[in-house]
Design a protein around this ligand. Sequence first.
Ligand code: HEM
Length: 220
Amino acid sequence: MAAIATTLKRGAALAGAALVGVSLLGFAAYSARFGLRGLVLDLADETYLFSPGSPGLNAAIFVHMILGALAMLLAPLQLVPRVRARHAWLHRLAGRVIAGAAVVVALGGLGYIAARGTIAGPGMDAGFALYGLLMLLAAVQAVRHARAGDLVRHRAWALRLFVLVMGSLIFRLHYVLWFSLTGGLGSNEQLTGPFDQLQYVAFYLPYLVALEFWLRRRAG
Ligand code: HEM
């Protein structure tokens, strides 16, 4: 009986990991492709995110999509204990790339918010600006504590950064789930409906809070 339960648990964990992996690959591919197209093509007729005559602003938002995809693809590698134990150089290299990418992603997003604002206006601006500031902080702190050899603090900040990097995917997954369940109740194209307003922070804050509880329970 116990063996069957263990097999079922492992199967469910594998299926869950596969589902997350497929969504992650799909969104990273979308994000990287969108970013690359925005850098080399004139997307003015296709998306409001393209700013005609503002190459700096376009670079900020489209490079943020490409490096966001890169950080998202590399981040799960950092959680694999075998990589950390046997290939420390790879863990350190990937960590630097993720942190560097996260800084550029956050600055690109913050720059875009400052210059153009988000589609939904002040509420979404505030939620996304806080998201960017937290990502900046987590990236800097994760590297700083690793360099100082404080592995407990490094791990906590690296996990916060992981949650934040995945936040962008979680944002889209919330919408996929919600639209499948309700057909889009409380959501509109301008992202100003009640469900949208909840999403301005719901894709990272609850997950960060859950992580804090988990970190505290492990430490105590
Ligand atoms: C791994 C991290 C991230 C990835 C992969 C990512 C990717 C994307 C993508 C693909 C878009 C285009 C919108 C869409 O098609 O859905 C976008 C838009 C945007 N992102 Fe990010 N992003 C990330 C992190 C961030 C962060 C940290 C900020 C905060 C500063 C941010 C701010 C924005 C803003 C302001 C927009 C435009 C929103 C609008 O008005 O529609 N992103 N991002």
